[in-house]
Design a protein around this ligand. Structure first.
Ligand code: AMP
Length: 280
């Protein structure tokens, strides 16, 4: 059976209130739709940990810094609802822009420090948009637990910080990145890749794995970057927004993996921006 699709804030509130009163734990899985197995792994984790699960689908205009990117973002609501059927979730929350940002909406949630680097530096305003919508989703759903992918590791850190700073009583749970067999991190944006670009897209992860292996042996980023950039260029990547080693905790830039660290990359392939990160 297709799970109930809720499009109205009042209807969502009416649904959630008795669950809260009965002391049931509510899990939320925020997404922008075009669901793939990465999203579905979060839904499975939520189902295993919570009495009630709400999946949200909202392509949040506030987190796009590029109008064309927003226009191109894949929207596949019917297929998404079908993919969720086997999980038997309690609600699919699909607000439209007016439900989320009614006329007069004037609040922005902004996190400093963590958002200065990586996607925060290359996509101005992105994390303000994320934090604003995610804080609303937490309050709308009354979630006790919220499930986010390590695929967007900086986002996971930002949302964790925000919930702690604002005393939102939700536990943010990070879940591992799900990949295609060839190593490409699953992403809704992969749907936008041409057949030819799809062939070369896994080079990003392959290059990162090579760099990470050398870092584990004690190598320095400065010595590894020229070759890594050349390999990405040869595979057709045009702009590399970043390929950086950063501390897992706090995201400080590193030259060598002397503390627990992750390698982060964002790069453009045939007009599509791909991101990935792996533990070093
Ligand atoms: P999005 O729809 O891209 O905004 O992603 C919604 C949620 O799914 C975020 O928490 C993402 O980190 C997570 N997610 C996206 N891709 C993957 C993946 N390949 N593996 C695990 N989680 C993912």
């Amino acid at each position: 059976m297709i799970d109930p699709i809720i499009r109205d804030r009042a209807a969502l509130r009416a649904m959630v209130t008795p669950w809260k009163r009965a002391g049931e734990t509510i899990g939320v899985v925020p997404t922008m739709g075009a669901l793939h197995d990465g999203h579905l792994s979060l839904v499975a984790a939520a189902k295993a940990a919570c009495d009630r699960v709400i999946v949200t689908i909202f392509v949040n205009p506030k987190q796009f810094n590029n109008a064309q990117d927003l226009a191109n973002y894949p929207r596949t609501e019917e297929a998404d609802a079908r993919k969720l059927e086997r999980f038997d979730v309690d609600a699919i929350w699909v607000p439209d822009g007016d439900q989320m940002y009614p006329e007069g909406f004037a609040t922005t949630v902004s996190i400093s420090g963590l958002t200065d680097c990586l996607c925060g530096a290359t996509r101005p305003g992105h994390f303000d948009g994320v934090a604003t919508v995610v804080s609303k989703l937490f309050l709308q759903t009354g979630a006790d637990k919220a499930f986010f992918g390590e695929k967007d590791f900086q986002q996971l850190q930002v949302v964790t910080r925000m919930a702690a700073d604002l005393d939102i009583p939700v536990e943010v749970v990070g879940c591992p990145t799900i990949r295609e067999e060839d190593g490409l991190a699953m992403s809704s944006r992969n749907l936008l890749l041409s057949d030819r670009a799809r062939v070369y897209a896994p080079v990003l992860n392959a290059v990162m794995e090579n760099v990470a292996a050398a870092l584990r042996e004690g190598a320095a980023m400065a010595d590894l970057l020229p070759d890594a950039m050349k390999r990405l260029e040869r595979a057709g990547f045009t702009d590399v927004d970043y390929l950086e080693l950063r501390a897992t905790d706090g995201l400080a830039l590193l030259e060598r993996a002397e503390v627990p660290a992750r390698l982060f990359a964002a790069a453009w392939l045939a007009g599509v921006r791909l991101i990935d990160n792996i533990a070093v």
